[in-house]
Design a protein around this ligand. Structure first.
Ligand code: FES
Length: 588
């Protein structure tokens, strides 16, 4: 039992800690404190080793240095400073011996180590150490540091990393970070930490310093920046684009930067470079979430690399596609069609053209849908649901084509972001990119089906929703890809909650080793499921194929699943942040 006076707490009798010995005592709130009797003096420290939580009472003290018995991290016993990399300092407490009782000053319970833990996160990101990253994030979240601040640190690291590398392949990393953030918002506690740590680990790695890019001198007119950027994009000169973008930022033309990048990205010569639209979408979301100051490095560098890359000689089909799109686009840019009635849109005919394995038919279908005034939202929804339907039905016995099918889905969904930031013209041109992706996936052997036809499933043979969810989770865990799609469909046809099922399936996916791979698609399905749950048919409300979003996701994640848990670092980090030593955690 402890006695308290203001911040001072009586924690033990002097006789409890014999000379040269150590003893663990518990504070009322459960925190474990280590007491050491060294050379006739009592020292008190947190008993949880800041590295991985091993109890420090099991460590050794020599010459005033406390060394943990697990991995040998060592600390100044008096001040707590750590001598090792990737381990923060140890908390120590003032001690007084009053009438053979040991008292320690615990201080207030306020979290004050934000900067130390952000630095720890930075170290973990540089060294790609999952434990350090998970621990730092868990401690920061426990200290109520806003999630945005944590992600900003990760974003800063990512910006530096991408800027100091030569290639334009940072899009996947931005995707994981942004998608991790978006998916994480659907979860709490350990699930949320899992998503954040996964996203952070997937962007970790060495980064180098680089010279700052300085704006062009003088007051450069926006028209010049716009014209030069388009020209450099056409000629494949990314470095020059980056300087133009920094100049635009410096001259307060921020609002025009994303539309300009988008306009460059959807030029016909970029047909087939689908990561342009995907990555720009994630960069745009980074600006939406963190603002220009924090996102500018990554947006300018990666954006310039994407739209300023060299394209090489196109192969025959791509060359035809580029020429065709070049000839169709001017009419679309100048047309001003009246919005068409929903009933005038023949969605099945549109889909049939996309799947015709004939790029001319496919592109002409896109062009005529646009010219006849079908709403962009509606066409994007068709492409999203077509991709979901293909994921729901692709045969899994040989190569299911998950990589390209998820690209079809994520690309189609990213056209909504393109429309938001680049405008209707950009989204319209993006439709050709999406149509090209379907054409280039012509090797997939998926039987054709009318997208507007009913799915005609039975109902799941369970007595309630809980059992239905359990059946599906069991199929996912046992890699039963042959049945999981049907079960999801029957679950939904039974009238059970799709929101709940998606949430539960998402959690199962996040704790598997394949979580990094699944993140972008899981995020798309969360977004599109929500849009199609509303009342707007243009966004998929009431569409007969909307259930395929969940069916396709379930089949995809089940088929690629490894059943290797990647959550041990996360679970241990959660316990660590609660202040539990490893021994206590193991005892639970
Ligand atoms: S050095 Fe103490 S837990 Fe690793």
């Amino acid at each position: 039992m402890t006695k308290a006076s203001t911040q001072w707490v009586q924690v033990a009798a002097l006789s409890d800690v014999p000379a040269g010995d150590a003893k663990a005592v518990k504070l009322v709130e459960g925190r474990s404190i280590a007491l050491f009797n060294v050379d006739g003096r009592i020292y008190a420290t947190d008993n949880q080793c800041p590295h991985m939580g091993y109890p420090l009472t099991r460590g050794a003290v020599h010459h005033g240095i406390l060394t943990c018995d697990w991995h040998g991290r060592s600390f100044d016993l008096e001040g707590g400073g750590c001598f090792n990399y990737e381990c923060d300092d140890l908390q120590t407490f003032p001690v007084e011996v009053r009438k053979n009782e040991i008292w320690i000053e615990v201080g207030d319970a306020q979290y004050k180590r934000r900067d130390e833990h952000l630095r720890l996160l930075w170290e973990g990101l540089l060294s790609e150490d999952r434990w350090t990253i998970s621990k730092a994030i868990a401690l920061l979240l426990k200290g109520k540091v806003p999630e945005e601040e944590i992600v900003q640190m990760i974003l800063r690291h990512l910006g530096r990393r991408i800027a100091s590398s030569e290639d334009a392949d940072g899009g996947a990393e931005v995707s994981r970070l942004i998608n991790g953030l978006k998916v994480g918002r659907h979860y709490q506690d350990a699930d949320r930490l899992m998503v954040l740590a996964t996203a952070a680990c997937s962007v970790a790695g060495r980064s180098a310093e680089r010279l700052e890019v300085v704006p062009l001198p003088g007051s450069v007119a926006w028209e010049s920046i716009d014209r030069w950027t388009r020209m450099f994009s056409h000629d494949g000169q990314s470095g020059r684009i980056e300087r133009c973008l920094f100049t635009a930022h410096h001259l307060n033309y921020q609002d025009k930067i994303l539309p300009l990048l988008y306009h460059c990205a959807v030029e016909p010569h970029f047909v087939g470079f689908v990561d342009n639209l995907l990555a720009l979408g994630y960069l745009a979301e980074s600006v939406e979430t963190f603002g220009w100051e924090r996102s500018s490095e990554v947006v300018f560098n990666l954006g310039a690399k994407l739209v300023g890359r060299r394209r090489g000689e196109p192969e025959r089909f791509r060359r035809d596609a580029v020429e065709l799109m070049t000839s169709l686009v001017p009419k679309i840019e100048t047309a001003d069609p009246p919005p068409t009635a929903d009933s005038d849109y023949d969605e099945d005919a549109f889909v049939s053209a996309l799947l015709s394995v004939n790029i001319q038919k496919s592109f002409e279908a896109v062009s005529s849908a646009l010219l006849s005034g079908v709403k962009l939202d509606r066409l994007i929804t068709t492409l999203v649901l077509l991709a979901a339907d293909r994921m729901a039905r692709t045969p899994v016995n040989v190569d299911a084509g998950w990589g390209v099918l998820t690209t079809e889905l994520n690309l189609a969904a990213s056209l909504r972001t393109a429309q938001r930031h680049g405008g209707d013209d950009v989204a319209a041109k993006g439709l050709f990119q999406a149509a090209w992706q379907v054409f280039s996936d012509r090797w997939l052997n998926i039987p054709s089906r009318q997208l507007t036809a009913s799915l005609q499933a039975g109902t799941l043979k369970v007595s309630n929703e809980d059992d239905g969810v359990a059946v599906i989770l069991k199929s996912i865990a046992s890699l039963n890809v042959q049945d999981v799609g049907r079960q999801v469909l029957e679950y939904l046809e039974s009238g059970y909650s799709g929101d709940r099922l998606l949430h539960e399936m998402g959690r199962a996916m996040l704790w598997d080793d394949t979580n990094i791979q699944v993140l972008p698609t899981l995020r798309t399905v969360f977004d599109e499921w929500q849009l199609s749950s509303g009342s707007d048919p243009n966004l998929g409300a009431g569409h007969p194929a909307r259930y395929q979003l969940l069916v396709g996701l379930a089949r995809y994640a089940t088929d690629i699943r490894t059943n290797k848990d990647s959550g041990s670092a996360t679970n241990t980090a959660m316990r660590f942040a609660e202040g539990k030593t490893t021994v206590e955690a193991f005892e639970e």
